[in-house]
Write a protein that binds this ligand. Structure first.
Ligand SMILES: Cc1cc2nc3c(=O)[nH]c(=O)nc-3n(C[C@H](O)[C@H](O)[C@H](O)COP(=O)(O)OP(=O)(O)OC[C@H]3O[C@@H](n4cnc5c(N)ncnc54)[C@H](O)[C@@H]3O)c2cc1C
Length: 475
């Protein structure tokens, strides 16, 4: 029977939940506080340059990684207008005179690193072995052969899984003796994530996944929005949900602009942590909710973007620049710059120009929030921009004198536009922590569902799209 479903948030999780709820025959309305789809996975235009503040690699971009790929196709996220690019090397690591490359092929990667640092041979061979083991379990079934491999591999995989889950990536990389190999592997992803996340990522590259859909975050989100609208859902922008209305143990609807909007089901597809803190009159009486409402460790970044009047397409599309000395900015010590450029991709920059982004990854929320509260936010942003530009120019002298536009999005920016807890955009899956975080279906309130990045560690786009699907299926 057709039910009335309200979805809070038109991020990737909300769009996915909308599409699948509609496909199940329900009447669907999405309320989004902002003015566009995509949530934190978005891009914006400044002085003719597009700055992408979301996707860098998409898990499930390849059909080899199911069920995520299926979700991206079904929701219209991946279409003919955004073919996936699989950059190889994934990134180039630079440290002084040293250049190392993160190849997708684990054999090539480890061989080059062994040639460079024979002292790490043993550890690198183990890394190769483990990436190959993990990759068997990422791959789609691959018929009888694939399943046989999985079953035979279980005695190796199970203990490996728990070993990697028990240590942080930071601790894992400590085993490498060569400082450059250590730094390069440290810059694959956030070091606070457990080592399983690191291996999952390397295995994803190895099996030919983790690509970048051309057009980036905005095109992918727009594709999903179009699919959702064509399916017959309503999306209402500039519509912030103020409260979830609950009567006894039944959800009744949501409050938007002071008006009650009735529904049989409400799917919370905004940051669950914020929702628990802001949208319930009475705290949700579930153990996980009491825990999550206290806060959660998240990945955060200050995204510094530059419009450069120069064609930089000769540079690798992703660089990890290891700094000679750590630099303290916004109260955080940075050792490596994550630099992305979009030359060669249409729509990112005017002819002959390049759009660059630099990810300053780290928890700087308190610094920016304090600045916001005491009125020094804009001045501090300007200082950060100047310092960041000077720093980047020291390592990429070719941009000197060519920068015509700059922009900075801080965790406070992400919080303001997307209402995400402390400006975080995915959770940190710490060592020894359970991967499960938020149940899709509330046990205490009938009709209440949850989707989005917090549902499964460590979050990110695949978790959002898959949890939207699961929330819709549970109606
Ligand atoms: C710089 C950066 C790089 C990233 N790189 C990657 C990557 O390479 N790969 C990857 O997998 N992930 C990446 N991520 C993470 C990924 O983008 C997010 O985890 C994912 O997009 C989260 O989607 P979501 O729908 O769960 O939540 P959100 O994107 O937070 O969507 C929630 C939506 O709800 C809306 N909302 C909030 N409160 C309300 C309210 N009260 N009423 C109405 N609407 C509301 C918000 O405005 C937002 O649109 C990156 C994120 C960033 C910022």
């Amino acid at each position: 029977m057709q039910k009335k479903v309200i979805i809070i948030g038109a991020g990737i999780a909300g769009l996915s939940a909308a599409f699948y709820s509609r496909r199940a025959g329900h009447e669907v309305t999405v309320y989004e506080q902002g003015n566009c789809p995509g949530g934190v996975s978005t891009s914006w235009i400044r002085s003719g340059f597009t700055f992408d503040g979301g996707i860098h690699w998409l898990v499930g971009s390849s059909p080899r990684l199911q069920p995520f790929h299926k979700r991206w196709l079904e929701t219209g996220a991946l279409q003919a207008n955004n073919p996936v690019v699989y950059a190889d090397p994934v990134f180039e690591f630079r440290s002084g005179d040293v250049t190392l490359r993160l190849w997708r092929d684990i054999d090539r990667l480890t061989q080059e690193l062994i040639d460079f640092a024979p002292e790490d041979r043993k550890a690198l061979l183990a890394l190769r072995r483990h990436v190959k083991t993990v990759s068997i379990y990422l791959l789609d079934g691959q018929g009888i052969n694939g399943w046989t491999k999985r079953i035979i591999g279980l005695p190796v995989f199970v203990p490996l899984f728990f070993r990697l889950q028990r240590i942080s990536s930071r601790l894992y990389v400590e085993r490498f003796k060569n400082p450059n190999v250590k730094e390069m592997l440290s810059s694959v992803l956030n070091l606070e994530q457990n080592a399983l996340s690191l291996f999952g990522t390397l295995a994803g590259y190895y099996i030919g996944d983790n690509g970048f859909p051309t057009g980036g975050s905005r095109r992918l989100a727009k594709n999903m929005e179009k699919t959702v609208l064509q399916a017959g859902c309503k999306i209402l922008y500039h519509s912030k949900v103020e409260k979830i209305c609950i009567d006894g143990n039944h959800v009744k609807g949501v409050m938007v602009n002071g008006c009650m909007q009735p529904a049989d089901y409400v799917i919370v597809a905004m940051d669950t942590c914020t929702a628990l803190r802001e949208l319930f009159d009475q705290p949700l009486q579930e153990k996980w909710a009491r825990k999550l409402s206290k806060g959660i460790d998240s990945e955060q970044c200050s995204l510094f973007s530059l419009g450069v009047k120069k064609n930089l397409s000769y540079l690798p599309s992703t660089l990890r620049i290891h700094l000679k000395e750590p630099v303290r900015m916004a109260g955080y010590e940075y050792t490596t710059l994550w630099v992305y450029h979009y030359s060669g991709q249409d729509g990112y920059a005017p002819e002959g120009c390049s759009s660059l982004t630099v990810l300053f990854q780290g928890d700087t929320y308190d610094y920016w929030k304090k600045a916001k509260d005491d009125g020094s936010y804009l001045t501090k942003k300007q200082e950060f921009v100047q310092e960041a530009q000077k720093l980047l120019t020291a390592y990429l002298p070719e941009i000197d004198g060519c920068v015509v536009a700059t922009d900075l999005a801080t965790p406070v920016t992400y919080e303001r536009y997307c209402n995400c807890y402390r400006g975080g955009y995915m959770s940190i899956w710490h060592a020894k922590q359970s991967p499960f975080n938020v149940p899709i279906k509330s046990k205490s309130v009938q009709g209440l569902r949850f989707a989005g990045m917090r549902t499964l560690m460590s979050g990110g786009l695949p978790v959002s799209v898959q949890s939207g699907y699961k929330a819709a299926k549970s109606l």
